[in-house]
Design a protein around this ligand. Structure first.
Ligand SMILES: NC(=O)c1ccc[n+]([C@@H]2O[C@H](COP(=O)([O-])OP(=O)(O)OC[C@H]3O[C@@H](n4cnc5c(N)ncnc54)[C@H](OP(=O)(O)O)[C@@H]3O)[C@@H](O)[C@H]2O)c1
Length: 338
């Protein structure tokens, strides 16, 4: 299966690295990367497959994608041409998340679906704003739209529920979904100020380009909406979510949580009461026996209450590009398996 990668920033690059590292798995699944598109650093296409190691070497040397020199590799001047005219089977979409209109990802995904291509996306913004439209169109055309990478990075949530818990209903969801906020709260708990902690999160390159999207809870809320729509069939959107971030959290708040025998965490909640679903994101004191209280640093996790087997808890130690790229590869491999 031929993969076209749209966006080669932190996540897209990590995806290329993973394709190189897992070459045996990728080759035995007959998967090849045939195209890479960026906004300003060029686009390349090779119908026989791009050598990802060479692509990354050239990119490291020049900062450009279209610097790659290899037989059969074409430099394409217009990313749209690759999307609409060239031959591929799966679009892997890694352009930046926009939380107001979900572009350019929404249009990119729609164009691929319209051409009958499967789509694997990491785009939290577009999926939270256009979940119904995009999933409906993919169903109508008969292609798959997979989005494991949008929530919990590399830790499998959607596939766990779909494949591991068939027949179960999710009654309640609690999650620590934003690694940057968890990191900031953890580092503040060790004595740093809010500004020092945020600077360190940014220095490690793991926050959204605009860190306030993380800090003010919007990114976590967008992820929560995707979970509610996908796993609880809830017809909710971002505007209905009650969102409070950690911008105003002080050392005193962290100390107060400790004094009360707990930890302060930015918690996403989905509560289903009779026929209403309520979504919220806010800082909460979790008692130390709460399964998510011990997640520190960039760790993320979720606690699901099911109607059949009670609670299930999952967590992952990282929420950066490396982990996110694994979900992209996992989704691509699942398409190969049918
Ligand atoms: N970073 C994480 O740890 C993480 C975790 C989970 C989910 N995500 C999601 O993954 C996605 C990618 O994040 P990122 O951190 O990799 O972003 P990023 O570093 O900003 O990279 C974005 C890439 O998209 C390219 N791009 C922008 N507009 C484009 C267009 N119209 N056509 C083709 N390419 C375009 C950019 O091109 P240029 O290189 O020319 O600018 C860049 O290569 C986002 O939706 C984000 O929310 C990220």
């Amino acid at each position: 299966m031929k993969v076209l990668l749209f966006g080669c920033g932190r996540v897209g690059r990590a995806f290329c690295e993973l394709l190189g590292r897992k070459r045996d798995v990728v080759e035995s699944a007959s998967i090849s990367l045939v195209g890479v598109a960026t906004r300003s650093r060029g686009c390349v296409f090779n119908s026989h497959g791009i050598d990802v190691d060479r692509l990354l070497q050239w990119e490291a040397l020049t900062g450009r994608i279209d610097a790659l020199e290899s037989e059969g590799t074409l430099v394409i001047s217009d990313a749209n041409e690759m999307l609409e005219d060239l031959d591929y089977d799966i679009l892997v979409e890694c352009t930046p998340s926009d939380f107001e209109i979900g572009e350019p990802a929404r249009s990119i995904i729609k164009k691929a679906i319209k051409r009958g291509k499967h789509v694997v996306t990491a785009n939290t913004g577009a999926m939270s704003l256009h979940f119904d439209e995009l999933t409906r169109e993919s169903l109508e055309i008969g292609v798959k739209l997979l989005y494991e990478a949008t929530v919990l990075s590399g830790t499998p949530l959607f596939s766990l529920v779909r494949q591991g818990l068939p027949g179960c209903c999710i009654r309640r969801f609690e999650g620590i979904l934003n690694g940057t906020c968890n990191f900031v709260l953890t580092v503040m708990g060790m004595g740093s100020t809010f500004d020092e902690a945020l600077l360190e999160a940014q220095r490690r390159g793991l926050s959204e380009q605009n860190p306030w999207v993380d800090i003010d809870g919007l990114e976590a809320a967008a992820k929560t909406v995707i979970v509610a729509r996908s796993l609880m069939s809830a017809n909710v959107d971002l505007k209905q979510a009650s969102i409070k971030g950690i911008r105003n959290i002080t050392a005193q708040n962290i100390e107060e949580a400790k004094r009360r025998g707990g930890k302060l965490k930015l918690l996403s909640r989905i509560e289903a009461n009779s026929n209403e679903i309520h979504i919220s994101v806010s800082p909460e004191i979790l008692s130390l026996n709460h399964p998510l209280a011990h997640l520190e640093g960039f760790s993320i996790g979720a606690l699901l209450l099911t109607d059949v087997i009670g609670e299930i808890c999952i967590s992952g130690s990282g929420s950066g590009p490396k982990e996110t790229s694994y979900s992209l590869l996992k989704d691509v491999l699942s398409l190969r398996e049918g």
